[in-house]
Design a protein around this ligand. Structure first.
Ligand code: ADP
Length: 500
């Protein structure tokens, strides 16, 4: 099959969050199975030189955006069996930021969507499926159906749209988007492009795409409710039959404690000694008291409300009343920068916080921490909890979205579980679970070791999910079943199995 991924970020070129990990890992897996997989991302100036130097020029053309004409260059790298395309326009993509706050984002990513469709005949690639990721590529399914589908080259192309985070929708003024993309007035009704008086790239995709996926089965259910639906739950319920949750995997090679070169000492499930060395190095590097008997609680992720940090804020004094250390790595809201900066001074030698994007430090925390805390308010999938488990670090998560699908709370009666969880979005529920886990860390090392072993031997690879995506792509070309044939209910693909 010929598949084009369109996204705003992909590892190893440019990354702000899990989206980049997913695009960067899934494309090569599909390519390995013999498909012609190509990926398009913007040629951001943040892409490291080692890659930009390797790019070769494929073609360039002009894009009409309202009354303006803009240069659009396509650069290319072949890597891991995938053709990676980079859309070049210095005015839009050579800025000191990847995502701006409002401003002309509609024009930057309107340009990107238009360019993605216009480049196809010029790079001589006619995909069977365009797989779009998040709002930045959201106008592609709409433009394709509205403006391109009558052209023979485009007529057979199907689209899949994956929601990585429903909270970010790309909401702009209708006039501005019309000005850039030339979508006539009759399209701005609530069953088409209009969304609560605005233009909304995510909604445009959800209306026009052939299939919708999101990154975990639980999140696929949750976003059909008002609490998680971000005002699009009605539309998602209406498209329920075309909506599916496919759990993300992680890059099992990139995150492998046995071979990871970024950590102090390698370790494996049978030889955990190296993990102690990683903990010691983490404590030394971050200026924490070097002690092997104190549990280190790690947090890596965007410092946003989504990640449940207000719960941590609420009970940080209670957490620190126990004999624990905390390590935080993240960038984001000022409120949490202030919180953890203050905490670092208040609990000297016990809390360390770093506010940068630091890939190497992230690995050191996954490897060196004992507990990984992720109390998210909502979590489409979450990769960090899986990475943590791979490094023998026990997750504490809230039961939501992908966290619910990957972490099962330790049950002292049945012995099942691979971490600790709580359900209500409540700071004291979280605190209680932290205390519970610290209790096991200190007093029941046998159980702790079992949980570590389960986490480290879990299968977080892309194999299963890549197969799910292929099935979905293929389903786009199958004849629709007659309506009277009952659908077989499908089993939840996420199965947490434990061997005793
Ligand atoms: P989200 O996509 O919501 O940001 P995920 O858990 O899906 O959250 O993915 C986050 C990814 O980004 C993980 O690979 C995590 O390690 C990484 N990450 C987040 N913040 C940082 C940071 N400050 N430094 C290094 N890596 C980070």
């Amino acid at each position: 099959m010929k598949i084009l991924f369109v996204a705003s970020e992909a590892v190893p070129f440019v990354k702000t969050g899990g989206l980049a990990d997913v695009v960067g890992a899934l494309a090569p897996v599909l390519a390995k199975e013999g498909h012609d997989v190509r990926v398009l991302i913007p040629d951001f100036s943040q892409i490291p030189r080692e890659y930009s130097e390797k790019m070769s020029h494929v073609c360039d053309f002009e894009i009409q955006l309202g009354w303006r004409r803009q240069y659009c260059g396509i650069e290319q790298i072949e890597m891991n069996g995938v053709t990676w395309y980079f859309m070049d326009n210095k005015y839009y993509f050579a800025r000191p930021y990847i995502y701006g706050m409002g401003g002309d984002e509609y024009e930057r990513f309107g340009f990107f969507c238009r360019g993605a469709l216009n480049m196809l005949p010029l790079v001589d690639f006619q995909p069977d499926v365009i797989h779009c990721h998040d709002w930045q590529s959201g106008m592609i399914p709409a433009l394709l159906k509205i403006q391109y589908a009558h052209l023979p080259f485009y007529a057979g192309i199907r689209t899949v749209f994956t929601i990585h985070n429903l909270q970010y929708q790309g909401i702009f003024g209708i006039r501005e988007v019309q000005d850039v993309l030339g979508l006539g007035d009759s399209l701005w009704t609530e069953d088409k492009l209009e969304c609560f008086g605005c233009a909304n790239f995510m909604k445009a995709a959800l209306v026009y795409t052939d299939l919708i996926t999101t990154v975990s089965p639980s999140y696929a259910e949750e976003i059909q409710t008002a609490y998680y639906g971000e005002r699009l739950d009605g539309l998602l319920r209406a498209r329920k039959a075309d909506l599916k949750g496919v759990l993300n995997g992680i890059d099992m090679e990139g995150y492998n404690p046995q071979t990871d070169e970024l950590i102090a000492e390698n370790f494996s499930v049978d030889h955990l000694e190296g993990k102690a060395a990683c903990k010691k190095q983490l404590q030394e590097e971050l200026g924490l008291d070097v002690r092997d008997d104190v549990p280190v609680i790690g947090m890596v992720g965007r410092l946003s409300n989504q990640k449940g940090l207000d719960l941590v804020d609420y009970v940080i004094a209670d957490i620190m009343r126990q004999d624990v250390q905390m390590v935080v790595l993240g960038m984001g809201e000022g409120r949490y920068f202030n919180l953890f900066s203050w905490a670092e001074g208040e609990y000297k030698g016990r809390i360390a916080a770093r506010f940068t994007m630091d890939h190497a430090l992230a690995h050191k925390i996954y490897a060196g921490a004992d507990i990984f805390l992720m109390p998210s308010q909502f979590e489409p999938c979450g990769l960090s909890q899986m990475i943590a488990m791979r490094y023998g670090t026990i997750p504490i998560v809230r039961e939501t979205g992908g966290l619910r699908d990957t972490v099962l709370s330790y049950n002292e009666f049945t012995g099942e579980g691979n971490g600790f969880t709580f359900f209500n979005y409540n700071a004291h529920d979280m605190l209680h679970v932290i205390e519970r886990s610290v209790g096991y860390y200190k007093n029941r090392r046998d159980i702790w070791a079992t949980l570590q072993q389960r986490g480290m031997t879990g299968d977080y690879s892309w194999t299963h999910s890549a197969g799910e995506y292929m099935k979905l792509y293929e389903s786009l070309f199958e004849e629709k079943k007659p309506a009277d044939e009952p659908e077989q209910p499908e089993k939840n693909p996420v199965v947490i199995e434990f061997e005793e």
